[in-house]
Write a protein that binds this ligand. Structure first.
Ligand code: GLY
Length: 394
């Protein structure tokens, strides 16, 4: 054989193996198949009879549903959009649309900050994936509603009201939780859509105050920072859902990792990428062997306490995003390990079990005794998102 034939064969072999690699990712394919079975049954239950219900978790043999104004209400619609993105099966888009439009009233909700999650995961994905033009107005109206929570003196969006519920008992004035970083994406998009820079400025101010006040020297995040809304003075740094004020609640670290990487994507501000990478280093340094965190990195009873699959799913998605920004292979390896563990029988439910949810073993709020070691709709949402982000890398 002459050299040019050998070179030709080498090139063809490389191209064929690259194509094979591109086409087939067994982990993604296997998970999509599993999700198809699980979510079909959950979807049928959610649309049983005349009502349209929003599944949130599965406990004591029963699927639980939430009202539209619950912070988790957008994840099921978002999950259906992701199934459409993963399968190109129009059936998923049809149902995603119905479940999205059930949330129409949320664009006007002003009594908590989570409208970013609720409307961007549902209408936002519908606009991005299916380009449904009327969803733009829902997103803009939601951005206006969220902006009413901006406290100019402190430069932050107030997360929770303090006049009712358990929050009223904590003595806070203007609590901001690290989770709130996730509500900024809708504001960045609202500026892109409308040209009105107000939303962008609010989001940047909030992210800057969070960067300044929410982190310890080791880059772990407090859950709650309470501000004086007039002066911006920090009044308290504490927790609501973590083990202790000074502990690192796992999902809080996930929101910080994801939220600052997203803020970097929309602004190009290096300080946000640096913060996300600092949080990444903290998380990677403290993960257990299988990459799925315990519900709080400082829970005193580790290893005899609960894992939180939702944190792993959020982190996996964020690590793929960080890898796509930086090319740092460790981020991709960490995400791969998390997905591989979450896809194993230790965390992924057998088809026909778990009420139709994909993942088991998440923790909502242990201090509140709420949703402990159960499936959660946002764990499934970010799990599918991580699969999509992994697919797009290939
Ligand atoms: N945003 C509420 C939570 O992560 O539980």
């Amino acid at each position: 054989m002459n050299i040019s034939i050998i070179n030709y064969i080498a090139v063809v072999t490389a191209v064929v193996s690259q194509l094979a690699c591109h086409k087939s990712d067994r982990l993604v394919e296997d998970n999509v198949e599993n999700a198809r079975v699980q979510l079909s049954s959950l979807l049928a239950l959610s649309e049983e009879g005349d009502t349209l219900r929003i599944p949130s978790t599965f406990k004591a043999g029963e699927v639980e549903f939430v009202p539209e104004d619950d912070w988790v209400s957008g994840f099921f619609a978002g999950t259906l959009w992701y199934m459409y993105e993963l399968t190109a099966d129009e059936m998923w888009a049809d149902h995603a649309r119905v479940h999205t439009e059930k949330l129409d009233s949320i664009q006007y909700l002003t009594w908590h900050h989570d409208v970013g999650f609720m409307v961007f995961d549902s209408f936002g994905n519908g606009l991005r994936i299916k380009n449904i033009p009327e969803y733009r107005d829902k997103i803009l109206t939601t951005a206006h509603s969220l902006s009413t929570r901006f406290r100019t003196g402190a430069g932050v969006l107030q997360s929770w009201n303090v006049d009712r519920g358990w929050q009223a008992e904590r003595g806070w004035k203007c609590p901001v939780i690290i989770d709130n970083m996730m509500n900024l994406e809708i504001l960045f998009n609202a500026t892109r859509m409308s040209g009105d820079s107000t939303f962008f400025k609010i989001a940047v101010s909030h992210a800057d105050r969070t960067l300044e006040n929410h982190f310890r020297p080791d880059a772990s995040s407090y859950h709650v920072v309470d501000y004086d809304p007039e002066t911006g003075e920090v009044l308290h740094r504490c927790t609501a859902q973590g083990y202790a004020d000074e502990s690192a609640w796992a999902r809080g670290q996930a929101w910080a990792l994801y939220g600052f990487a997203t803020a970097y994507s929309y602004t190009g501000f290096e300080r946000y990428l640096e913060q996300s990478e600092k949080v990444a280093a903290y998380i990677i340094g403290r993960l257990p062997e299988d990459g799925v965190p315990y519900w709080d990195f400082d829970a005193p009873d580790i290893p005899d306490t609960y894992r939180d699959a939702s944190s792993a799913a959020i982190m996996a998605s964020a690590f793929y995003h960080l890898y796509s920004i930086t090319g740092t292979i460790q981020y991709r390896q960490t995400a791969d390990k998390m997905l591989s563990s979450l896809s194993s029988p230790a965390y992924r439910a057998e088809p026909g079990t778990n009420g139709g949810f994909i993942l088991m073993h998440s923790v909502g709020s242990l201090p509140h005794g709420s949703n402990i070691d159960v499936p959660l709709n946002y764990a499934d949402y970010y799990f599918l998102e991580a699969l999509i982000r992994r697919s797009k890398l290939k």
